[in-house]
Design a protein around this ligand. Sequence first.
Ligand SMILES: C[S@@+](CC[C@H](N)C(=O)[O-])C[C@H]1O[C@@H](n2cnc3c(N)ncnc32)[C@H](O)[C@@H]1O
Length: 181
Amino acid sequence: MAGTAEPKDPARSASSHDHWYELREGEVAVTLPEAFDASLYYIGHIHTPWKRREDCPKNARESDAVCTIEVDPRWAEGLTGLETVSHVLLLYWMDKARRDLLVQSPRHYSERRGTFALRSPARPNPIAASVARLLRIDGNKLSVVGLDCLDNTPLIDIKPYFASTDAVPDAQVGWHKGRKR
Ligand SMILES: C[S@@+](CC[C@H](N)C(=O)[O-])C[C@H]1O[C@@H](n2cnc3c(N)ncnc32)[C@H](O)[C@@H]1O
């Protein structure tokens, strides 16, 4: 059921940047389900230079900043073998994003689009994905280049990026054709 912004959105109380939660003209929000279907573990946190969303790069290729991923020591042994990998696929939890938007008008695009046609952090499960270059691993800390999130964003998974199976050089996003980023 489409409606107005959900006041129960947990991210609303997590940030002082309330303007990020205001609906823009033409945006559509939905009433969120009453219960979750699953739960997850944060396996660590990402440290970046960005404290405000407006300062974050819009995507992983927009910045060369070195970021540090601090994996919770409980999971550190799970990094064994990762030191041989050049690029990692990082999945992280956009903890300051609203979760009820169906149709969005991103600030940097003029047209409205459905949430699932966008890489916006606002989505029912605010999972972000980036392929980052792995510079080094020191114990439970990874230094990487290729992130676009706020400092202290929770990390939910790390996977080796396989160019052989993950890269699709001829993939297209029709509505984005002709734009640089
Ligand atoms: C467009 S998303 C792309 C994320 C990821 N690369 C992807 O494609 O799934 C990146 C933007 O999310 C916003 N953002 C960053 N960290 C966030 C957080 N912890 N919670 C909510 N929004 C965040 C910033 O505005 C940033 O520019």
